[in-house]
Design a binder for this molecule. Structure first.
Ligand code: G1P
Length: 291
């Protein structure tokens, strides 16, 4: 069985839920605590053993390329001022040369199309997909849990989480058949089902392990929900010929493409930082006083 070595990060989205900031700041560059969203998600993949990171970018997203590169002037200034701890931390977070690739999604045709744009860089091997809107905090990296499940059962894995029924129309939703621990056999998947028609309350989170045959299906460029080329539709088709499991991960997710989700992530992850926790509690307490 081939190892999962590469991961795709679709980062071309316009971020309309985070306007007006997203007008000139890529939503993936919005900070959560003190580092951009994309930093958190790349760190998750790195901690899960991913060796090559493929960012599918678009117009106005070049800040990410600069972020994952040396900033010579800054590095020299930190060095001259003896701020070696800060400098070492910055350097440790950089991908090694050649570990990161960028490919442009030249038009907004949907998530499936974004993933397809990375096909030549992925080649003929299984790969991970991480949607950078979602930060996951858990005992082990969320994508690592999916890769672990893939190492056990092979095929394709889609990470899911239960959501209230009133929310299912915002997500991809799976049709579960049976369950063994966190691993769920499934028979179908639908993108953004209209209210009251969802096959379950298990929503697609934004972490996947996929086989390269998905690219052949995406090449057909069939359009689905919202008139877009949907990854969910391609997965539903691949499921007819390949093993597919859902995985109910362990951890807590924050949808940072949404104002309140982003706020939750900032508060929760700041409170988990030993260097910030007590000051954050002191600052937040009066704001959260009884209303
Ligand atoms: C995408 C996927 C959807 C998934 C969601 C998770 O939708 O198409 O299946 O449930 O991400 O955040 P989007 O949020 O881009 O509309």
């Amino acid at each position: 069985m081939k190892r999962v070595r590469k991961a795709i990060f679709p980062v071309a989205g316009l971020g309309t839920r985070m306007l007006p900031a997203a007008k000139t700041v890529a939503k993936e560059m919005l900070p959560v605590v003190d580092r951009p969203l994309i930093h958190h998600v790349i760190a998750e993949a790195r901690a899960a053993g991913i060796e090559h990171f493929v960012l599918v970018t678009g117009r106005g997203k070049t800040a990410m390329e600069d972020y994952f590169d040396h900033h010579v002037e800054l590095e020299e200034t930190l060095k001259a001022k003896g701020k070696t701890e800060l400098l070492d931390a910055l350097l440790a977070d950089l991908p090694k040369e050649g570990e990161i690739s960028y490919v442009r999604q030249m038009a907004p045709h949907g998530l499936g199309h974004a993933v397809w744009c990375a096909r030549d860089i992925i080649g003929d091997e299984p790969f991970a997909v991480l949607l950078p809107d979602v930060i996951v905090d858990g005992p082990t990296p969320c994508i690592g849990q999916a890769i672990e499940a893939y190492n056990q059962v092979g095929g394709n894995i889609v990470v899911v989480e239960p959501v209230p029924e009133s929310e299912t129309h915002k997500y991809g939703v799976v049709t579960p058949v049976s369950r063994d621990g966190r691993l769920i056999k499934m028979s179908g998947m639908v993108e953004k089902p209209p209210q009251g028609t969802a096959p379950s309350n298990l929503s697609v989170l934004g972490r996947y392990v996929l086989q390269p045959e998905i690219f052949d299906i995406l090449s057909e460029r069939q359009r689905g929900a919202g008139g877009e080329i949907q990854l969910t539709d391609a997965m539903a088709k691949l499921m007819q010929t390949q093993a597919f499991h859902a995985y109910d991960y362990e951890g807590e997710s924050y949808d940072c493409g949404d104002r309140i989700g982003w706020l939750r992530a900032n508060v929760a992850l700041t409170l988990k930082r030993p260097d910030l926790e007590s000051a954050a509690r002191a600052a937040l307490a009066p704001l959260l006083g009884a209303k």
